[in-house]
Design a protein around this ligand. Sequence first.
Ligand SMILES: *[C@@H]1O[C@H](CO)[C@@H](O)[C@H](O)[C@H]1NC(C)=O
Ligand SMILES: *[C@@H]1O[C@H](CO)[C@@H](O)[C@H](O)[C@H]1NC(C)=O
Length: 464
Amino acid sequence: MAPQSRPPSRMAPLGMLLGLLMAFCFTFCLSRQNQEFALTNPEKSSTKETEKTETKAEEELNTEVLEVFHPTHEWQALGPGQAVPAGSHVRVNLQTGAREVKLQYEDKFRNNLRGSKKGKRLDVNTNTYTSQDLKNALAKFKEGAEVESSKEDKARQAEVKRLFRPIEELKKDFDELNVVIETDMQIMVRLINKFNSSTSSLEEKIAALFDLEYYVHQMDNARDLLSFGGLQVVINGLNSTEPLVKEYAAFVLGAAFSSNPRVQVEAVEGGALQKLLVILATEQPLTAKKKVLFALCSLLRHFPYAQQQFLKLGGLQVLRSLVQEKGTEVLAVRVVTLLYDLVTEKMFAEEEAELTQDTSPEKLQQYRQVHLLPGLREQGWCEITAHLLALPGHDAREKVLQTLGALLATCRDHYRRDPSLGRTLASLQAEYEALASLELQDGEDEGYFRDLLGSVKSLLKELR
Ligand SMILES: *[C@@H]1O[C@H](CO)[C@@H](O)[C@H](O)[C@H]1NC(C)=O
Ligand SMILES: *[C@@H]1O[C@H](CO)[C@@H](O)[C@H](O)[C@H]1NC(C)=O
């Protein structure tokens, strides 16, 4: 648990608290997503598999501190933090869930290239909007998004450069080994064709989506996916009757939406929001709902227009039913965290606009039209969040506590009138006093439990 993810221990000046909450909120969705879904997290990588492959290529390539995996002609398991060079063949072992990788043979490459040329669609008409209202709102949003994304692009490119060898270098190395490298675009076209083909088996479709997720983490790739109509194919995958296809389509979309305004805009236009909510509102396996919720979070974050639509489509009711189902505690915590993110994101945008005049007026206007807090209050979220504090698990409680804090101004009356909330807080106070003092004995003066205790105490004080 990262230290910055905890609320400060005292309620001191409210402005400062909000500032901290918001600074944290800004990065939270991203970091959470990275923990679970990113495949290029260097901390988690293992070098075990790479040690096995002692080819010439390996010796040449190994001079960099990269987590790029160097495949051979045998299938080998791919570690969680490892990236593969473009052109490798990656499959999912459906028995073990492990990703396996090997080099592709040249003739296969040629077929793939031929296949991808055939499948290329360059005549996609992206100008057919569903309504004038949508068109105007999106056009305005896009203006804001362009500026923002060019900044993001630069930072991202620098980061990618820092972490990976230039593709040209890799290509040269592979050329010497007589291996042909497909571009990311060719690979994505191939994967989409595989997924979209009626002759592919379920297993092949899932494997294609699984591989695709890896590529769309890169912003440029996600936009390329858009450009040839691949994004819509994946969005339509949410309509599949196969729960696994829904699940993995959501997995890809969650990665593609993440901090990628252009893709988010096109996805809302392509009906993604509605489809995601339909899945959450109907009976589906928990694993599918988890990934769908992740995709929803990714779509809503930093995109006020989608947040408005979410509220209009009854998103809060859908989430309410979701957290009230039995056996969905994991989802409940994520839902609460999403709401926390949205509440603090809006406050942050409005506060930032006041302080710096940096926010684009259209974007601010859009945030102002997200009537989230009144919706939460009307639909019983004050009570729901208060009840969720009874969940076991410190992490869950941490998330609920921070949400209770963010909803305090809106829900104070409800909280005060709720005797079980007072009791729960009192018993948490006793529990965390004990744990915090143990923590202190261990020499941790910036302890986790001390922070939780601080949040509990400040809530109790506010509710007095
Ligand atoms: C997916 O398949 C449908 C029907 O087979 C076809 O009309 C569509 O063009 C395909 N989409 C892409 C992006 O290949
Ligand atoms: C997908 O499902 C939604 C709602 O379940 C429905 O409105 C829509 O027409 C479906 N789209 C396709 C392409 O089947």
